[in-house]
Structure formats: C-alpha cells, structure tokens
Design a protein around this ligand. Sequence first.
Ligand code: PLP
Length: 426
Amino acid sequence: MNRNEQLFNRAKAIIPGGVNSPVRAFGSVGGVPRFITKAEGAYVWDAEGKRYIDYVGSWGPAIVGHAHPEVVEAVREAALGGLSFGAPTEAEIVIAEEIAKIVPSVEQLRLVSSGTEATMSAIRLARGFTGRDKIIKFEGCYHGHSDSLLVKAGSGLLTFGNPSSAGVPADFTKHTLVLSYNDVAQLEETFTAVGDEIACVILEPFAGNMNLIRPSENFIHTLRALTEKHGAVLIYDEVMTGFRVALGGAQSLHGIKPDLTTMGKVIGGGMPLAAFGGRKDIMACISPLGGVYQAGTLSGNPVAVAAGLKTLEIIQRPGFYETLADRARQLTQGLEEAAKAAGVTFSTDFIGGMYGLYFAAECPNSYADMTRSDIEAFKRFFHGMLDKGVAFGPSAYEACFVSAAHTPELIEETVAIAREVFGQSV
Ligand SMILES: *Cc1c(COP(=O)(O)O)cnc(C)c1O
C-alpha cells in the first residue's frame, strides 16, 4: 500500500468516507484520493512526495497561486495580533469598502465564513424583505448545502421541488421551484403563474457546478426584467465567479445589476471567508437593524480578512485578468488540439480564469445537456493525467481553474502530457 492508500484507510476509520467534503473522496472517478502535504504556486504535493500541476486551486480560491508569499506574510502578521476577537475590527471595514468598490451593485455587505452561509443568509434576507416564501433555483446550479437548496425538480413545471438529500423534510423544499437553466419560455411561464409569490431567484451567473455552462443573453436579461417587474429579489451567486471570470464578476460581464450578490472562494484567498451584500434597502432588513436574524462567531475573522485583503490587492494589479484569460485560452486551445489529433470527441470553453472541459462535440447549455457527455472518457482522461502529474477536479461536473502561477511553460507541459493521455487511453 502506498502512503495515500494508507492515509485513506486510516481516514475512513474516523471520518465518514475518509473526507470532510464528499467530492474529495474520488467517488465519481474511482481510485484513491491524493492526500496533500503542501502546495506552492501552481503545484501540490501528495503524501508520496509526488508533485502535480494543480488545476483545482482549492476549487477556486488559489487564484494568485498557492501559498503566495505576500498572502502568507499578511496572514502571519495578522495571526501574531490575535486569531479571533468576536468584536469589530477596522480591517473588516477596509475589505467591505474594497469589495463594494470592485462590485458596485454591492452597496452594503456582511462577512460570513462560507459560501453556504452567504447563500442561506441571502435567501432568508430576500424572504424577510419581500414577505414571500417561494424561491426559484435552476437545475445543476449549486448554492451550498442549506436545506431549502438541496432540491431536485418536481414532476411538473409548477410542482415544487423534492429534497435531493436525505434528512431534508419535504416541507422545507416545498417552497423551492427548480427550473432549467437557459429555458426562457419556462421562466416566463413560471412568472406569469406565480411571479408575485416569488421572494427571490438565485442563480450561478456562469454555472460552474455542472461543468462550465454559459447563460444566454436572452435568459439573463429576461430574468432581470421579470424579477424587477414582480418585485422578486435577484440573487447572483458569485461564490465561484466573483473575482474569477473578471475582477467585477459575472455581473460586470453581463451588464446586470443584481439585487443581492453572494461571494466566497477568491475573497478569502484560501481562508474561510465569504460575503453577501447588495441593495442598501434590502441589507437594512438584517439584524440588528431589521428583523432578519443572521450572525457568526468567526464572521470577519481577522486572519481570513488579512488573506482576503492581500489577495484582492494582488488581483487588482495591472494585467492580472488579461494574463489569467491568456493562460485559460492557451490551455483550452492546447487540449482541444491534442484531443482532435487523437480523434477524441472533446470541446472546451473558458471565461477569465475559469474553464470547462467537455467530452462532447459541443459545449452544453443545461444540466440535461451535460449528462449526455461521455463521463467514462472523462474518468480515463482524469486518471491518465493524474498518473502523469496533472491534477484536475475529480468530477466531470466541475469547472476547472487556472491561477497566475500557471506559466505558459507549465501549460505547454500540461498539453504535452494530454497529447499522450488522449493518444493512449481516452
Ligand atoms: C462553492 C460554492 C458555494 C458553497 O460555498 P462553500 O464555501 O463551499 O460553502 C455556493 N455557491 C457556489 C456557486 C459555489 O461554487
């Protein structure tokens, strides 16, 4: 048994499934997860001492590269001054002002510790603000694991969702309508029928949890118009896309002003930090100002805020996003050419520092589309690459990431490895 196998067995004895978040268990690709001992720049090392070029980036946060010296120094400095106070600090004001400057739709915001908390709180807030119960989400979009969002579509258009997880009472999901991403007609029909009962619509403005899927322009603009007309709160869940597809997030690319935005991943630079914010009149409904309760012992944690602030500083340096997009372009084009040369059905897409790899002739438009891609081919590609020292996320249903530490040379190396893998085993 190698060291990763030993650790996995030991972990499984004490942690359910051996992991603290399910995707890490390699359930959908098979095999043994790599236990990471350290990370630096574009690399991670496993328990066997093997080095990988890493395209997971902690699922998004590592946008400036792992263990960036300036971020590590900021964390060290903050930690020396105390790990948590449970009282307000000036740094929280600074990062809030910084986020509001970068994302103008965010007039006020509150810091929390995870994306799940951010979306859960934003939905509670939308319900409190509108006095309505019903919410709309889209199939294949992930917004964290709070009860009312662990839902799959009901049997008919206007039947509310069923729990997609054991332990969630049907009573908790009966207010959640699950619609198809990019289906404008369905959206219009729904708003015609129950628009005035909808508290909010939450969406991933570029979906990244069913691989990468773009919304159509018509879908996005119809959504904004309908929510506005019916007084429903539009929530852009930018936990993944924020500071990732562009500095100002998906909303800056769409030219849309959502009512509320949720953020996470990049804003913590690898530490537990997330946020929700938006219109001041809506944010005024939160405790202690208003009646919507929301709180957190570690919210605005000084060490997490220090990591976030330094990360936000680095990503605002000239050319950062141009470089990131260049790298994503180089990688996706290189992989496409490698697949084509080997006769493998494969396509790609990218937006800023986020990209999708699809074992399908065309990029998918919806969750149903995505399920028709060749998942077995993905698994062979994933393991072929991993064996040769390149780590992608262990699921066909996840978007992938590049960081500023992925140099053109490293990407060329990745593409060369992909040529071998496509040629041999995919
Ligand atoms: C990751 C993610 C979440 C959940 O964030 P956690 O920090 O894992 O709780 C919510 N929404 C989107 C779009 C995400 O990608």
